[in-house]
Design a protein around this ligand. Structure first.
Ligand SMILES: Nc1ncnc2c1ncn2[C@@H]1O[C@H](COP(=O)(O)OP(=O)(O)O)[C@@H](O)[C@H]1O
Ligand SMILES: Nc1ncnc2c1ncn2[C@@H]1O[C@H](COP(=O)(O)OP(=O)(O)O)[C@@H](O)[C@H]1O
Ligand SMILES: Nc1ncnc2c1ncn2[C@@H]1O[C@H](COP(=O)(O)OP(=O)(O)O)[C@@H](O)[C@H]1O
Ligand SMILES: [Mg+2]
Ligand SMILES: [Mg+2]
Lengths: 295, 112, 112, 112
């Protein structure tokens, strides 16, 4: 259980670190990043959001909303998650995705907990905040699937986004429980069979906010890299939706490699309060999960 | 979809923007305009000075919204922009047949 | 109701406003705009200077009116704003689904 | 007829105008507006001066077109005004019930 505890903390820290690392180069192409930074390997701030170094964006903040709602309720609470998204939106966050905004507004004004299917909903806004659901459902795949899709549908109702959420959750489960990369790679065969779009070798270098591009980038660098730093540096230097690819890759790599493998110099740069919160929440979530309950 | 056009007193802009933000609305296009009203030749306070000219500086907001949001948006603007004194302005609702987000090509209420 | 939008030569503004007042129309919202026309690159006199740029300063009027006043208003603007020379401008008639007077909450033709 | 309203990044104006000229569209009315949206105001270089305001300067185009030209015009604006970066803007299509050329009194698509 100690191993598991360390990995879940690393997963949530990895999410925040990936967000802060990639955010300064969000929307730049790989070429532009190369011209500006050579290779981006440090948490530097700046970018289109003019961030302070170590500042996180909506990827981490929405994940915190999900985590806090579950912990506060002592269990699954979709209404609580929606309510926290709404409260967060009113604070004028540093950034909010268009599809997320529309879904949250839908809840604020109509109280609805599910947005209708939309062809444009195949963005990565639901999967980027999936980690807390994966931690909370550790040990129960059916529960993961049920809750992953339910929280996704608050803002994103599209089969590609649903599939990305479920499979990202499954990979996090496997990583935390100590399974090998080979086992994780086999798990993805299910996703690729159902939705061949997600095939990531050969990797085409697309890293936009389209959920297929995002997950291809995450899978490609996660399986290719030999450690946490290599995974994240590879991911964010691909550019595109770099804070989100960075956050998702960071969650997965954190879950797989554990706390020791996350560069200390990156953690030192991060917002103190965020670091404390993610650690506390990760711990609470795993304790509440089926795996945690078994003890 | 509708295009909501609101003519309001300039000092009310921030307050109206904040009130719209509270209901999840962030996208607005604003222009500076001159207003001529039924109440001609009145003096209005604008940036600490009294205007006795027949036009008054106003601010025009254009907000494209999905149909189901229209009454909420109109209500929000009206409650916030109102002072009860002459010159508070108007809200116009214009049909919007199509909207496109230039960056992505999205259409319809996904675009706004 | 309709929203009448008129693009006219700036020096015609006072004349058009007076003519509209004459027929009982007092509420108008005015903006300064730039016009690009079919007759590109022509020189126009504006404030005593000749413009050879491809845009010409124009003034845009927006006037919300009840349906029964539309043709009178259009006719009035057209007769007054016309010089017969290139660049006189356009009048557009846009459907106006609802209007609200912010000060009182009145709706429809009471509001304009 | 439709009134096409496009909100675009100011530096794109000439490019969009040229692209529209290429497809035979020459009549356009342009205004300077302030944009509020996902792209935030900040220090921006605008006409050589640094601005620290919370809005982003945008340019609004108004183009009255005959129905059959609408999709071509929308496509042209979208292809030209797009950079793929947040803040590229919007295109709105508004019904236009009537148009008048002030100089001649012509109506309908003859007028635009
Ligand atoms: N019919 C109209 N069409 C367009 N704009 C109008 C119209 N009437 C008024 N306005 C705009 O609304 C502003 C306020 O109108 P005014 O008549 O002075 O006061 P109130 O709205 O309080 O009755 C004007 O300065 C003008 O900008
Ligand atoms: N299709 C159009 N849509 C919107 N505004 C237009 C259009 N055509 C012309 N305008 C506006 O009308 C003004 C006058 O047009 P122009 O073609 O120069 O002369 P005229 O109206 O005398 O034929 C232009 O400067 C522009 O502001
Ligand atoms: N709902 C809306 N109604 C009217 N204008 C809008 C609306 N949303 C955005 N805009 C205008 O479009 C501009 C760009 O919007 P923004 O949200 O920054 O980025 P993007 O268009 O790339 O999604 C804004 O600055 C504003 O002028
Ligand atoms: Mg982000
Ligand atoms: Mg992102």
């Amino acid at each position: 259980m100690q191993e598991i505890l360390s990995r879940v903390k690393a997963a949530f820290i990895g999410l925040a670190v990936g967000d802060a690392l990639g955010a300064p180069v969000e929307f730049l192409t790989a070429h532009e990043i190369k011209a500006k930074y050579g290779r981006l390997e440090e948490i530097v701030g700046g970018g289109w959001l003019r961030l302070k170094a170590g500042q996180v964006t909506d990827d981490t903040e929405m994940s915190l909303c999900v985590a806090r709602a579950i912990v506060a309720a002592g269990g699954w609470d979709l209404q609580g998650i929606a309510g926290r998204f709404a409260a967060w939106l009113k604070t004028k966050p540093i950034d909010v995705g268009d599809t997320c905004r529309k879904g949250i507004r839908n809840y604020m004004l109509k109280g609805e907990l599910e947005t209708p299917f939309n062809q444009w909903d195949a963005g990565n806004g639901a999967v980027m905040r999936l980690l807390p659901v994966a931690l909370f459902t550790m040990g129960d795949d059916a529960l993961l699937e049920k809750y992953a899709v339910a929280q996704a549908h608050l803002t994103h109702n599209h089969p590609l986004s649903d599939a990305a959420c479920v499979y990202f959750g499954r990979l996090v489960h496997l990583a935390v429980l100590g399974f090998s990369k080979a086992r994780m790679r086999r798990e993805l065969e299910g996703l690729i069979t159902e939705y061949p779009n997600f095939r990531f070798d050969p990797y085409r270098g697309l890293s936009t906010g389209y959920v297929v591009d995002t997950m291809q980038t995450v899978f490609h660098y996660f399986f290719k890299a030999r450690d946490f730093e290599e995974c994240l540096v590879g991911t964010v230097n691909q550019g595109g939706d770099a804070d989100t690819t960075g956050a998702i890759a960071g969650a997965l790599a954190g879950a797989y490699y554990g706390m020791e493998n996350i560069p200390k110099r990156w953690i030192r740069k991060m917002d103190r309060k965020v670091m404390e919160d993610v650690v506390t929440l990760a711990e609470r979530l795993i304790t509440m999960s089926p795996t945690g309950m078994k003890g | 979809m509708k295009l909501i056009e609101a003519i309001i007193k300039p000092f009310k802009l921030d307050e109206v923007k904040d009130a719209l933000n509270e209901i999840g609305i962030e996208g607005i296009t604003v222009s500076e305009v001159k207003g001529f009203g039924r109440q001609k030749g009145h003096t209005e306070l604008y940036r600490g000075a009294e205007y006795v000219v027949d036009f008054i500086p106003k601010v025009k907001l254009e907000i494209a919204v999905a149909d189901e949001l229209v009454s909420k948006v109109v209500e929000t603007i009206q409650n916030t922009a109102k002072t009860g004194r002459i010159g508070d302005g108007k809200i116009f609702i214009i049909p919007l047949e199509e909207a496109v987000r230039i960056r992505t090509g999205e259409k319809g209420s996904e675009a706004i």
